[in-house]
Design a protein around this ligand. Structure first.
Ligand code: GCO
Ligand code: MG
Length: 450
């Protein structure tokens, strides 16, 4: 291909009678010297041969309870494909439909190389955009194209993003107990494993473990599986939890906590303030995304660092809070935001404003998505912390090459691309489900978010 290009360039120059002249002027090597140098050219000058997308498919699997979705982009080069995470666990089949009925048709025949162009064009191809379903589908595509580009370049994706800013990815893991003491015991265990950062919750988000029979249950209001949250108890419990863990585990471990948008705004401010003496690393999601304006009051009330963003649907939602320094850590859920390309933009925006990354890494991210998190984490300077990838043995079998946790760090392998593969036959043996209701109520049955 390269020789053909040079031949045609030579013909063009000859036709114009410009060969010798441009060579003489130093603007372009003369045709003769080009022919002479042909053999000495380094291989990288040959560029990459053109490559087309031949198929896009969605693979759904639920090896550990959560529905996981991975997009596989196949190319015209036999055996060369890319994988990307498109997991939206609660509406998984809607994402599968978006990929198989629309994205497949949109992509087949297109160039695999132009990732940004692909992202921009796919984003507006539905005209209406920004929803979690479509963003997840685009994320699967985006990550798969980065995976392919890495494989073509023979480099891990973090290299394509600029190389390492750190040797591995420091992570926080989750301690949760029904009592503060039980949570503190877990924290100690994690500290022994090498974790420097631990998120602490008592009885899950908002302490949802049922204490007594709430009135709405007695009245048969709602469904049997609906959860109950006692907001008052939670507000009183949080500082006690922090106090106990600090007392049992000392000052050195960094503690985190997720309010999970479950409180009234003023109560959230009260809770965040109550943790101040225990200097948390950050408190997450104090408000729902619908209540962003409360951040200003919270900022004025406390110096506790804040994290927000896992529920944002659109990278533009980060613009205001980052440029106004409303929170300290960006909680992007990479697949929800549309993949590596948009996440990198938000990370860079944060760098300008002293806001750091803290990518979302719960059980409803596939190992491919965890790898995407880690590749960005390695490459951006304003990395803050990463939620640990807790990947089951079965998931590891389905996704060979999954990132590993060791001594409180996440490590990716050095294979080209994202470094994670999929065993499709095994994935099929663990099909997805449609259990998707997540309902939390106050004592009188009022819905709490979420
Ligand atoms: C976290 C999260 C998750 C979400 C879950 C929703 O900080 O890890 O809040 O646990 O609740 O991803 O499906
Ligand atoms: Mg959270």
């Amino acid at each position: 291909m390269h020789t053909k290009n040079n031949n045609s360039r030579r013909r063009l120059l000859k036709g114009l009678g410009l060969g010798a002249m441009t060579g003489f002027m130093g603007l372009y090597p003369g045709a003769d010297s080009m022919a002479r140098n042909e053999k000495e050219k380094p291989a990288y000058l040959n560029g990459l041969p053109p490559l087309k997308i031949t198929n896009v498919k969605a693979i759904g699997t639920a090896p550990s309870g959560s529905n996981l979705i991975v997009v596989k982009v196949e190319t015209s080069e036999p055996g060369l494909y890319g994988l990307g995470c498109a997991t939206f666990t609660q509406r998984a089949f809607a994402v599968i439909t978006a990929i198989e009925k629309y994205l497949q048709d949109f992509c087949v025949g297109k160039d695999v190389d132009n990732i940004e162009d692909m992202w921009q064009s796919a984003f507006v191809s539905s005209y209406w955009r920004n929803g979690p379903v479509l963003n997840n589908a685009i994320s699967g595509l985006d990550q798969a194209l980065w995976d392919i580009k890495g494989k073509r370049a023979n480099m891990p994706v973090y290299q394509l993003l600029g190389g390492k800013c750190r040797f591995a990815v420091p992570c926080y893991t989750h301690a949760s107990g029904n009592t503060p003491e039980a949570a503190a015991d877990q924290v100690s265990g994690y500290m022994e494993e090498g974790y420097r950062y631990v998120r602490i919750q008592q009885g899950g988000y908002g302490g949802t473990a049922l204490t007594g029979e709430p009135d709405f249950k007695k009245q048969n209001y709602g469904r049997e599986s609906d959860q109950y949250m006692d907001q008052g108890k939670y507000i009183r419990d949080v500082p006690k939890l922090f106090e106990t863990v600090r007392r049992q585990c000392g000052e050195e471990v960094e503690l985190l906590h997720d309010i999970h948008e479950r409180l009234e705004p003023m109560d959230a401010i009260r809770v965040v303030k109550s943790t101040e003496p225990y200097h948390p690393f950050f408190i997450e999601d104090p408000f729902s995304p619908e209540q962003m304006e409360w951040f200003q009051a919270l900022r004025e009330a406390t110096t506790v660092p804040l994290a927000m963003g896992e529920l944002f649907n659109n990278i533009n939602e980060f613009k205001e809070p980052i440029t106004n320094r409303m929170f300290d850590y960006i909680r992007i859920h990479i697949s929800q935001i549309g993949g590596i390309s948009p996440a990198m933009k938000v990370a860079r925006l944060g760098e300008f404003y002293g806001v750091k990354t803290a990518w979302h890494g719960p059980g409803d991210v596939s190992p491919v998505g965890h790898a995407a998190n880690a590749h960005i984490d390695l490459a951006v300077w304003n990395f803050g912390i990463q939620e640990a990838a807790r990947i089951s043995d079965l998931s590891r079998e389905i996704f060979p090459g999954s990132p590993v946790m060791k001594d409180g760090y996440m490590w990716v392998n050095e294979a080209p691309g994202l470094g994670v593969d999929i065993n499709e036959d095994l994935a099929k043996k663990h099909p997805m489900h449609t259990r998707s209701n997540w309902t939390v109520r106050k004592f009188d049955g009022t819905i709490i978010r979420p």
